[in-house]
Design a protein around this ligand. Structure first.
Ligand code: NAD
Ligand code: AHE
Ligand code: ZN
Length: 369
């Protein structure tokens, strides 16, 4: 079938909205009509060429909401008409990872997902006979996309897809990292580096978890008002200080915070985030995605003296099991998504959405097909 899609023909170039061919779902696969999709910094990261798994030409996008159109042989958990959120972290329930009870990182389709193809090693997307790669197992920048059954969370048909699409990445990642990865406790002091959708969702989660001080840190002060609305008790711009930001936070918090979160993808900030943690017990969670070849550094003494460095993917959330409940919590007013949607745009305005992200003007743009 034909589909409107944004093709990333090569790294560093704007996307091109064109008509592509989408082949039907094979065994274990599902054809989804995407109704709306957010644009996450990770899409921009891969488009920039910094992603070691960045193959081109491809259909990006991983923060979508849609409706099942067709299912391939053997698919039992969804049927045409079901409302779904595609998952870049699948949940098969049967692999070593899923059975471990220790992680949300499912192994069922991750390898081929990273290669930009479906589990049988082929793509369902093409343009004039030329194969286009899939992205993160989701490719939500196409009106019609094909994903694995294990990469779909079935959600309530009552939920507005142009809002809950953000549970496909940004909002869930931030809240989940607070609860599943860091396990923030009531009374903890928290520092959040980077106040995009991810960092702001960490703030929302930290407030829910009963954190004491929640310190938002960003170079762009236009982010501070919304951060405070979500629960930040104070906001800090590193540009306002001569001292390194970790020293500033340590001074502010009588020795450092219980938890810090890096929500930027900057390896120097990752170091600051670790080093602003309290000696003996402070823990830092890396959420930001760094470019190919980049590495983190600190003095091992930082760890010897009790600080902990960890990372979080999709907030440690098992999507098929847990996302329906996140949707329910949005519907009951417990999770704020609406205020994160700063721009509603037509799908054809996708490059504008990337510009708004780079200019720091959007928290999330939602594209409507
Ligand atoms: P965003 O661009 O909307 O937000 C990033 C924020 O960081 C901006 O407000 C920017 O002003 C701020 N910033 C940039 N450099 C800074 C610095 N040196 N000091 C302080 N603030 C700085 O991005 P986003 O969509 O919120 O994504 C944030 C990061 O999280 C990205 O790296 C993205 O790839 C990653 N991410 C990871 C996961 C995961 O599962 N691990 C999920 C989603 C996104
Ligand atoms: N392809 C990159 C890694 C990208 C990455 O770390 N992705 C995050 C999700 S970002 C969503 O906006 C993630 O969940 N990673 C775990 C996984 O299995 O990909 C690279 O460095 O190769
Ligand atoms: Zn994302």
């Amino acid at each position: 079938m034909k589909s409107r899609a944004a093709i990333a023909w090569e790294a560093g170039k704007p996307l091109s909205v064109e008509e592509i061919e989408v082949a039907g779902p094979k065994a274990g696969e599902v054809l989804v009509r995407i109704v709306a999709t957010g644009v996450c910094h990770t899409d921009a990261y891969t488009l920039s060429g910094a992603d070691p798994e960045g193959f081109f030409p491809r259909i990006l996008g991983h923060e979508g909401g849609g409706v099942v159109e067709d299912v391939g042989p053997g698919v039992t958990s969804v049927k045409p008409g079901d409302h779904v959120i595609p998952l870049y972290t699948a949940e098969c329930g049967e692999c070593k990872f899923c059975k471990s009870g220790k992680t949300n990182l499912c192994g069922a389709v991750r390898e081929t997902q990273g290669q930009g193809v479906m589990p049988d090693g082929t793509s369902r997307f093409s343009k004039n006979g030329e194969m286009l790669y899939h992205y993160m197992g989701t490719s939500t920048f196409s009106e019609y996309t094909v994903v694995s059954e294990v990469s779909l969370a079935k959600i309530s048909p009552e939920a507005p897809l142009d809002k809950v699409c953000l549970l496909g990445c940004g909002i869930t990642t931030g809240i989940g990292a607070v609860y599943n990865t860091a396990k923030v406790q009531p009374g903890d002091n928290v520092a959040v580096f980077g106040l995009g959708a991810i960092g702001l969702s960490v703030i929302q989660g930290a407030k829910m978890a009963g954190a004491n001080r929640i310190i938002g840190i960003d170079l762009n002060p236009s982010k501070f008002e919304f951060a405070k609305q979500l629960g930040a008790t104070e906001c800090v711009n590193p540009k306002d200080y001569d001292d390194p930001i970790q020293a500033v936070i340590v001074d502010m918090t009588d020795g450092g915070v219980e938890h810090s979160f890096e929500c930027i993808g900057n390896t120097e900030v990752m170091r600051s985030a670790l080093e602003c943690c309290h000696k003996g017990w402070g823990e830092s969670t890396i959420i930001g995605v760094a470019g190919a070849g980049e590495t983190i550094e600190t003095r091992p003494f930082q760890l010897v003296t009790g600080r902990v460095w960890r990372g979080s993917a999709f907030g440690g959330v098992k999507g098929r099991t847990e996302l329906p409940d996140y949707v329910g919590r949005y519907m009951s007013g417990d999770i704020n998504i609406d205020d994160f949607v700063t721009h509603d745009l037509k799908f054809e305005q996708i490059n504008e959405a990337f510009d708004l992200l780079h200019e720091g003007k959007a928290i999330r743009s939602v594209l409507h097909f």
